[in-house]
Design a protein around this ligand. Structure first.
Ligand code: 3PY
Ligand code: MG
Length: 257
């Protein structure tokens, strides 16, 4: 079985809605893929995934026939490279606050001449159906995407320089952290007016630079709103929320008079 890349799914569908899986259990990732998400993200920053669960989770997502994406822990660019080797179709790097952060991220994830990703993509080649190393090498820089998370005041201030870094394909807005930053720690609310205005500005500047843009949505209604605004990549909820919402809806149905 060959896994479609996120690039190919974006090309055919326009917008990707990704599941967000924090629990390091491959069956959850596989179920998210089978339920109809366009792709599945495994979270190492706030989720409990580790290098082994990433390897297993990517295989499970492949069984569901959609691309897998990995959010790495803050600053762990070595892990970005390892996740790509294991077949991740894109990497989301949190807290990219400067062009220097963005360059370190691109160095680890892109082969020369853009970066200095080290060779070792055995599993990625199998999942991509690459005929040989040369075929993978020639397609990898374009087919594996880098999302720089913009979620602090420093990142917003440095956005144009971050967008100009070769090898940074996209931004991904972390609206909760951004709202904490913009309110100087007083609030965590992605839908604050100043936060939504900042997100709109980030989207516009990414577009102007010819880069993709993504954002995290806590609810389906928020995701719909972001679809209407034209984001390419929208994360919808988390595995914990899917479980709580599904279970509470079923319980309410069962107890209804
Ligand atoms: C944020 O909203 O800060 C995030 O990192 C979403 O994943
Ligand atoms: Mg965040």
């Amino acid at each position: 079985m060959h896994l479609p890349s996120l690039v190919s799914v974006l090309r055919s569908r326009g917008t990707c809605l990704t599941a967000w899986i924090a629990t390091p259990e491959p069956l959850l990732a596989e179920n998210a893929a089978r339920v109809g998400f366009d792709c599945v993200t495994l979270d190492m920053q706030h989720g409990l995934h580790d290098p082994v669960s990433i390897m297993r989770g990517i295989g499970a997502v492949a069984l569901g026939g959609v691309p897998a994406i990995v959010r790495i822990p803050v600053g762990d660019f070595a892990m970005a490279s390892r996740a790509l080797d294991k077949g991740a179709s894109a990497i989301i790097a949190p807290m990219i606050n400067s062009a220097e952060d963005a360059r370190a991220f691109a160095m680890a994830t892109k082969y020369p001449p853009i970066g200095e990703r080290s060779w070792g993509p055995v599993r990625a080649m199998q999942l991509a159906g690459a005929a040989d190393g040369g075929a993978y090498l020639r397609s990898a820089n374009a087919e594996t995407l880098t999302f720089a998370m913009i979620e602090t005041r420093a990142a917003v201030a440095a956005l144009d320089e971050i967008l100009a870094v070769p090898g940074i394909d996209a931004v991904f807005i972390g609206p909760s952290d951004l709202s904490i930053a913009l309110s100087d720690g007083a609030d965590v609310n992605p839908m604050r007016a100043d936060n939504q205005a900042a997100a709109a500005d980030i989207l516009a500047r990414a577009r102007k630079a010819g880069k993709l843009a993504g954002i995290f949505a806590i609810t389906g209604a928020q995701a719909k709103h972001y679809r209407a605004l034209g984001y390419d990549f929208i994360a919808l909820g988390t595995d914990g929320a899917y479980f709580r919402l599904g279970a509470s809806t079923m319980l309410a149905e069962a107890r209804a008079e």
